[in-house]
Design a protein around this ligand. Structure first.
Ligand code: SPQ
Length: 442
């Protein structure tokens, strides 16, 4: 196949140059497994009784960090590419780790592990990279302490490294100030080990993969509106988990096909859980030609094949309950907005400030360098379309989602784009450039 899109590895892994080529995208692709679901499969398999098998696992750096942490907690786990086998011995099978648990760049690993370890009768220290050191952990430490866990860290437990000594927990009724699946999941994983009932109420519903997967492992979880409840002292039975393709990864190619001319692609087996599919709703409301076909279930998770073709987009306002349903897709949605008619205002998205980078600033500074017109605001951004992007030097700033968004942006740039610090893309999509090249046609 003749490639019209290529990568110069200038400094081994530090920078790549993407040459614009008036390319379009064609063909069929299955993007790697869902990151959130892959983490949870390892965690729940590790505390279940018996052998859990996982197919479609994401072998990205974040999920490998989760596997390494559970190995350090004494769990035998075999992993080969997207196949994983976990030999769970129940919650009591977890052992006090002899070394610190390295969560790498993964907020999910850090926060969910804190919840899980809050109920274990031993001491553990969790640390990660420079980005993790800046991410707030008090949002989980506060409710977990109320349940009886001893948690400390920098600035009174706000920032990693975090130390936890777990023990006997009691159920709580917690009203979370943020719609966060990591907060909700950490409390549910502690609640599983607590006396009585634990409930979490959120301002709006965040991704519900933990609740769905707990059911697959035989645990009873109840939902009433924005409240989820779990009874303590339940045990998990090993199972098989088939992980859907990650909608957050698919989103990069969806937008790439929409904003380039004469493109038409099919993305297979994509997770379309309604707590994650806000990006499809937003793009369709903007006029995107996206057809959702062949709907079916992988365990308790809905999946479908997405047929996407080039579209004329019109900007809309993005705010309220849709925000947690597309929070990780806001960088790529912002790129789509630069190529759409009119103005997009994104509101109520202050959570973007506490991701791998401050994603409000990262999106605005990097896309503006390419020629976009984006004003950052306190809780989001205002994107003025339609911009002719020029190209130039940009930086992922170490954030995988910013890196992939900028690589897609280069497709519509007049001149060459140089992306610095692209290696962070391995966090969630190790073969991103190879898959991107597969879809590019002249
Ligand atoms: O794991 P991490 O680093 O927090 O990953 C991110 C991402 O973009 O990959 C956020 F930076 O996704 C989070 C997501 O934003 C993954 C997640 C989960 O698996 O539970 C939930 C969301 O975070 P939150 O804080 O809203 O719960």
């Amino acid at each position: 196949m003749k490639l019209t899109f290529w990568i110069d590895r200038e400094d081994r892994t530090l920078a790549i140059t993407i040459h614009p080529s008036n390319a379009n995208l064609h063909g069929e692709l299955k993007v790697p497994g869902d990151k959130s679901i892959s983490h949870r499969a390892v965690m729940l398999g590790s505390i279940a009784d018996g052998k859990t098998t996982v197919s479609g696992f994401l072998p990205g750096e974040d999920c490998i960090s989760t596997i390494q942490c559970f190995r350090a907690l004494g769990v035998k786990i075999e992993q080969q590419n997207d196949q994983v086998t976990i030999y769970g011995k129940g919650l009591d099978g977890l052992k006090e780790p002899e070394t610190v648990l390295n969560v790498g760049n993964s907020g999910t690993t850090n926060r969910l592990l804190l919840g899980l370890l809050s109920g274990r009768p031993f001491h553990a220290i969790l640390l990660g990279d420079e980005s993790i050191a800046k991410r707030p952990m008090d949002r989980v430490a506060i409710p977990l302490r109320k349940m009886g866990a001893h948690i400390d860290g920098r600035e009174n437990g706000k920032y990693p490294p975090i130390a936890v000594r777990g023990g006997n927990l009691k159920g709580i009724d917690y009203e979370s100030p943020v719609a966060s699946a990591q907060v909700k999941s950490a409390i549910l994983l502690a609640g599983l080990q607590a006396e009585g009932t634990t409930s979490v109420t959120e301002p709006s519903v965040s991704r519900d993969h933990t609740e769905r997967m707990l059911k697959s492992f035989g645990v009873n979880v109840r939902r009433n509106g924005t409240t989820v409840s779990i009874e303590g002292k339940q045990t998990l039975k090993a199972t098989h988990i088939n992980v859907p393709a990650d909608i957050s990864s698919a989103a990069f190619f969806i937008v790439a096909a929409l904003i380039t001319k004469n493109s038409s692609i099919i993305l297979k087996d994509v997770g379309i859980n309604p707590t994650r599919s806000g990006i499809l709703d937003a793009l369709i409301a903007m006029g995107a030609n996206i057809q959702i076909k062949n709907k079916r279930m992988f365990n308790d998770e809905p999946v479908a094949d997405l047929h996407v073709s080039s579209s004329e987009l019109k900007n809309i306002e993005i705010k309220g309950d849709i925000i947690p349903r597309l929070i990780d897709e806001i960088p790529i949605l912002a790129l789509a907005a630069t190529q759409a008619e009119g103005t997009m205002a994104i509101k109520n998205a202050e959570e973007l400030k506490v991701k791998e980078t401050n994603r409000i600033d990262a999106v605005a500074t990097q896309l503006n360098r390419l020629g976009a017109n984006i004003e950052p605001t306190d809780d989001g951004m205002i994107i003025h379309g339609k911009s002719n992007l020029k190209g130039g030097a940009v930086d992922s700033l170490g954030d995988h989602r910013i890196g992939m968004m900028l690589a897609v942006a280069s497709l519509v740039c007049e001149n060459e784009t140089t992306l610095e610090n692209e290696s962070c893309i391995n966090i969630s999509y190790p073969n991103f450039f190879e898959d991107f090249q597969k879809l590019i046609k002249k």
